[in-house]
Structures are given as structure tokens and as C-alpha cells.
Design a protein around this ligand. Structure first.
Ligand SMILES: C[S@@+](CC[C@H](N)C(=O)[O-])C[C@H]1O[C@@H](n2cnc3c(N)ncnc32)[C@H](O)[C@@H]1O
Length: 347
């Protein structure tokens, strides 16, 4: 354990919980309100929109060839604010898309987004991936974007996905490949939660691949809010990693800040996450009962590289009318190209 972990455990003994309860249930908008398609139409001048459209096309093309999209049943595991469930429901209007997430707040956000987008073939239910609330063999395709690895017991989750897929059904998932640029990384974040403020501290370790994330839940007013705001301003100049503030030695955002915030803490949580290498995931999927398992490149990376080149060469306006056809071709190509970050597994 790091010095700060030891200190945190002494000052604010944390309750061990799943990430859904300590993070996703407390975050008003997981995606900061700027998801292409969900929060606004695709914009071909933006690299990330090419990437997301290609990823949706990839998921859609993973539907087994033996079923037409009419009446096909798709499960999206851990949809956050509705991704990829919602754009997938729009791309396959005759399919029935179900999103499952253990955080009731995430489900409420997805339901509201589906209603706003007028998608009546997308439904969302509260449920834990380790005990999916569906009968055996009830889906043709399971999709997952950065969500399988959130579960405390990934082997149970993979076994559950194998159970709810029909024979010949497909799992197509993106996952975070655990390859840190250093043996260990420590970061903090200061964010706004639902009727609260959050101070989080994460320790990422390369070997064994692992992440522990500590969360202090604070009131959103009074002295705690003042300290939180001051720290947020101070963090603006600090170096960043993984979109979070890197904790350097003797940083005032580590132990000194924790000590100031602890007297106001409503809750203290720790989330313990097993992180994945591709070799581990492929083996775990075989063990869960999948017959054909293939790791592939990430569709988003392929599409981003394409879009970056087109933008740099000033070709985007000419390509914009072909956005759907090109992103579809990129999505289909990526799912056949060996690599890391996404996986296809056939039941
Ligand atoms: C990193 S977010 C990804 C959200 C979305 N798929 C995306 O790509 O924007 C992880 C999601 O997984 C959900 N999640 C966490 N633990 C889970 C579990 N045990 N079973 C199913 N989903 C879970 C979280 O609530 C959250 O919505």
C-alpha cells in the first residue's frame, strides 16, 4: 500500500464497494454531456465523432450473420449514459436493445436520453453484471464499452454473459489494456457529484495489474465546498495523467488535503479493481465457455487516424457526405484486424 493509502485508511476507514455505487451512482453525467449522437448530431469535422460512429458500426456488424436485425436481441453491458446502446438502437431500428447497469442513476439517465431521442427499441434495466436478470440464451449479441472491467469479479461477469448469449451469439467488447508508463501511478480528482462533492485518489499498479480507487463524499456547501474549490483551482496547474491530476511527492493535493477534508466526510469508499492484459482476458473468455476468441485493434483508433489525416489534408468537407459509408467500412474492417483493446468472442 502507498503511504497515502495507509493514511486514508487510518483517517477515514473506507467501506469496500463496487464502482457502480461509489462512482457511477454519484456522477450526474458520466460522459460530461458531450457524447456524439446522444448529446448532439455527428459532426464530421471532429475526430472523436468519426471514432464513435465507426465504433457503433463495428458493434452493429458483430450481430451474428444468421439473424437479420429484425427482432434480434442485443444486450449492452454498463451503458453509462447510453453508449453504445442508444446509437446502436438507432442504427438497427428493428432490433431490441437492452442496457443493463447496476447504478439506478445511470439507468434513469439512459431512459431519459432514449425518450428524448425517440428510440422506443431501447430499454434499460437495473442489474448487476455478476447476476444478470435475464434467462439463459436470451441475446444474440452482447456489447460492452469500458464496462466489463468495472466488476469486482470479472470471471463471474464473463460466465454470466456466456449464459445469457444463445449458442453462436457474439460478445463484442472494448476494454482498457493495462500498460502503464510507470510501475505505479497515483492521481487525484476533484469533481461535483449528485448533491455532493467528491475527492478521489487512485493508485494504479502494473504488476499485478490492479487499481484501487478511494472516494471521499463531501457536502456540496460550507467549508468543505470552499476547500474543495481551492484545491480544484490549485490542481489546474498540476501535471495530468489519464485525465486526472498526477500526485507528485509532497503534493498539497494528497495527505494535506485529505486531512482538511476528512472532518466533513459523509462517506469514505474504496473500490478494488482487477485490471486486464489481453492474454488474461482471452484466457478468461475461453474459460467462461466462449469457443472462438479474437482480440482486435480498437475501431476508434483506426477511425481517428483516418479522420486526423483527412482533417490535416483539408478533405473533410468532401468526405462529409460519405460519413456513414466510410465509418461503416472502418467499423467492419477493425473487427477483422488482430490487435488489442477490443475483443470478439463467440458462444
Ligand atoms: C466507464 S463507464 C462506461 C460507460 C459507457 N459504456 C461508455 O462507454 O460511455 C462503466 C459503466 O459500467 C457500469 N458498471 C459498473 N459495474 C458494473 C457491473 N458490475 N455490471 C454492469 N455494469 C457495471 C457503470 O455503472 C458504468 O455505467
Amino acid at each position: 500500500m502507498t503511504a497515502l493509502e495507509v493514511w486514508w485508511r487510518a483517517l477515514a476507514p473506507p467501506e469496500e464497494v463496487e464502482s457502480a455505487r461509489a462512482l457511477y451512482e454519484l456522477t450526474p453525467r458520466w460522459s460530461s454531456g458531450n457524447l456524439p449522437f446522444v448529446d448532439g448530431p455527428y459532426d464530421p469535422t471532429r475526430e472523436s465523432h468519426w471514432a464513435d460512429a465507426a465504433r457503433v458500426a463495428d458493434y452493429a456488424s458483430a450481430l451474428p450473420a444468421s439473424v437479420s436485425d429484425r427482432g434480434s436481441r442485443i444486450l449492452d453491458f454498463g451503458p453509462g449514459d447510453g453508449w453504445p446502446a442508444l446509437p446502436l438502437a438507432a442504427a438497427l431500428p428493428l432490433a431490441q436493445v437492452t442496457g443493463v447497469d447496476p447504478a439506478p442513476l445511470r439507468v434513469a439517465v439512459c431512459v431519459a436520453n432514449a425518450r428524448r431521442l425517440g428510440l422506443d427499441n431501447a430499454r434499460f434495466v437495473v442489474g448487476d453484471g455478476a447476476a444478470l436478470p435475464f434467462p439463459d440464451a436470451s441475446f444474440d449479441l452482447v456489447t460492452a464499452s469500458q464496462s466489463l472491467e468495472e466488476a469486482r469479479d470479472p470471471s463471474k461477469v464473463l460466465a454470466e454473459i456466456a449464459r445469457v448469449l444463445r449458442p453462436g451469439g457474439v460478445l463484442r467488447a472494448s476494454y482498457q489494456v493495462w500498460a502503464l508508463p510507470a510501475r505505479r501511478f497515483e492521481t487525484v480528482t476533484l469533481v461535483e457529484g449528485v448533491d455532493c462533492l467528491l475527492y478521489t485518489y487512485a493508485v494504479r499498479c502494473q504488476d499485478p495489474p490492479h487499481e484501487r480507487r478511494y472516494v471521499l463524499v463531501l457536502p456540496s456547501d460550507g467549508e468543505a465546498a470552499e476547500i474543495h474549490r481551492e484545491a480544484l483551482i490549485a490542481s489546474a496547474d498540476a501535471p495530468r495523467a489519464y485525465g486526472e491530476t498526477l500526485l507528485t511527492r509532497r503534493s498539497p493535493l494528497g495527505a494535506p488535503l485529505l486531512e482538511r477534508l476528512v472532518p466533513f466526510a459523509r462517506r469514505s469508499f474504496v473500490i478494488d479493481l482487477h485490471r486486464w492484459t489481453t492474454a488474461w482476458l482471452v484466457e478468461a473468455l475461453r474459460h467462461a465457455g466462449f469457443s472462438d476468441v479474437r482480440a482486435t485493434v480498437h475501431t476508434g483508433d483506426l477511425a481517428r487516424a483516418f479522420a486526423r489525416g483527412a482533417i490535416a489534408r483539408g478533405e473533410v468537407d468532401a468526405l462529409a457526405p460519405h460519413f456513414d459509408a466510410i465509418t461503416r467500412a472502418l467499423g467492419e474492417a477493425a473487427s477483422r484486424q488482430p490487435g488489442e483493446s477490443m475483443v470478439t468472442a463467440i458462444r
